[in-house]
Design a binder for this molecule. Structure first.
Ligand code: UDP
Length: 241
């Protein structure tokens, strides 16, 4: 039975990183498509403003509190999640785990060539890891069915969909019934990090809950996206009243 907290209409799981990984490992081994999303404040805000997207998120099997803003929001409404569970860390934990148990992963998304580089680097980082296939994320709607076929034919148990939000969540939702993988995860720009094109924040920033600040300093062009954070906190406060 899931224990969740409702943040602006989105059900966020009250889980630790350890529990999330255990549950995700079980999903990877269990036939039938399970879905994990990793909503940060920007995604929750988008869902608040768009009921259709909200419904998509709420039909997942797990929504991890990705982003310290979501953790603060849960505390603000006196229904705290135990800790931040970053989608990227969960994905790394899963890769490590399947590299030992033998299931394979399909990497879908990012610019052409990125997923292939990510595959090579991941296979080096996690000896024994099987990457069953890759596909870039810039496709025409009419190519979608073919991509699903390619993923199914690869025999992968785990699928990382990295198209950015809300595109990745909508893609997973739309294709859930046709997919033959066991677990689908939407993890944004993770393939760029796996490929080495984008650096994750140093440990210090992550530990101090300042990953968002590091990303902003590295990519000031994301200012518009960071503006979603104060708007999110204010909206949580207003809705609480
Ligand atoms: N992307 C894609 N197809 C698209 C739009 C975006 O594959 O049509 C990819 C993009 O190349 C990038 C990722 O989706 O690799 C989104 O990264 P971003 O950093 O915006 O995601 P976040 O982690 O912040 O959600």
């Amino acid at each position: 039975m899931r224990e969740t907290v409702d943040i602006l209409g989105v059900n966020i799981d009250k889980i630790t990183a350890e529990y999330a990984l255990k549950k995700a490992e079980r999903y990877v081994r269990t036939p039938g498509v399970s879905v994990i999303y990793t909503p940060n404040p920007e995604i929750v805000m988008a869902a608040y403003e768009n009921p259709e997207f909200r419904k998509v998120l709420n039909e997942a099997d797990m929504c991890t509190p990705d982003g310290i803003g979501v953790v603060y929001a849960s505390r603000m409404i006196h229904n705290p999640v135990p800790e931040r569970v970053a989608g990227f860390d969960l994905a790394c934990g899963l890769l490590e785990s399947i590299s030992k148990t033998g299931e394979s992963v399909f990497l879908f998304g990012a610019a052409p060539g990125v997923a292939e580089t990510a595959k090579a680097r991941l296979e080096e980082k996690y000896p024994g890891l099987k990457v069953a296939g890759t596909h870039h994320g810039y496709f025409k709607p009419e190519e979608e069915a073919e991509i699903v076929e390619e993923i199914n034919a690869s025999g992968a148990s785990l699928l990382f969909v990295c198209l950015g939000a809300p595109k990745q969540e909508k893609w997973i939702h739309r294709n859930r019934e046709r997919l033959r993988v066991n677990l689908c995860m939407g993890i944004g720009g993770a393939l760029d990090v796996f490929a080495g094109n984008v650096k994750r924040a140093p440990e210090f920033f992550i530990k101090c809950n300042l990953e968002w600040f590091y990303r902003f300093c590295k990519q000031p062009s994301r200012l518009g996206r960071f503006a979603a954070l104060p708007k999110f906190m204010l909206t949580v406060r207003r809705e609480q009243r």
